[in-house]
Design a protein around this ligand. Sequence first.
Ligand code: SF4
Length: 338
Amino acid sequence: MPQIITQISDRLHTSWQKELANVITDPKTLLELLKITPEEYQQHFSARKLFPVRVPRPLLSRMKKGDINDPILKQVMPLDSEFTITDGYSQDPLEEHDTVAPGLLHKYKHRVLMMVKTGCAINCRYCFRRHFPYADNSPNKVRWQQALSYIQNHSEINEVIFSGGDPLMANDEHLLWLINEIEQIPHVKRLRIHTRLPIVIPQRITPALVSALAKTRLKSTVVFHINHANEINEDVIQAIEPLIAARIPLFNQSVLLKGINDDANTLAELSEQLFDSGIQPYYLHLFDKVQGVAHFDIDEQTAKKIILQLMAILPGYLMPKLVREIAGEANKTPINLA
Ligand code: SF4
């Protein structure tokens, strides 16, 4: 493994924090950099007040210049339709307001979701946590201690899921401290990290992080969030190589999004690209009905048709499971394709 880590190119050693500090927050700048005339789209810019724009620069090279319909751009571009209030959509579609300790959700009996860090490198417009009261759950070591005490006192918990925001927004020093603390809790066997950060800023996979995941007694997995094959480029492939070399299982979950990945060929290409890169397709989520972004939603019947078409293209082991999260349910609900 150390040899492989040292093979990471100098380009990937650019500090991920520098990229974080340099994210694009102005939609006008974003469009200018993509050679799209901002004046034609400025009626959409005020939607940034509803949810700020955040686009890491490493993603720009994966967007097609001059194309307002680029599938990555559409995930981050604010739209004036975000002001539309739609019946049946809510600010908290998964009812995640019930934390059992600061930043700790205990929805599933044996697993807890720990909001290690609020905020993300990228703000995906469709995010189901776009209205989440992060300020009330802003983590720090004192709050982490309270979450750790809860986990210590609940012997039924065997897996801790680092979530957020994006948990890899925490620096390595803090992550290593947390992993070390969780290791001391005997009934916890597994650690899972849900992240999109290494996809949008590949430099985030640091040697220290890989080493910590490889060495911990906890069985570690990383679940990425990738919606379109164009999100995976050489930098991403190179960045995750050390995780693969350390035999850390890598999975992916996607969200089915109108106008971005809502056809079988696009999803097939994504699964193929994931597998070629060492990542196992895992879940395809039906859209969570979050208020303001109903324009991304796809009805269940259409989703089923797409999945049936996808089954005719892909081998079974590349098929993501179509699921929906239902508030209050103890697990994700698989969609019956019959
Ligand atoms: S990375 Fe995930 S949590 Fe962060 S904005 Fe995107 S969808 Fe939401």
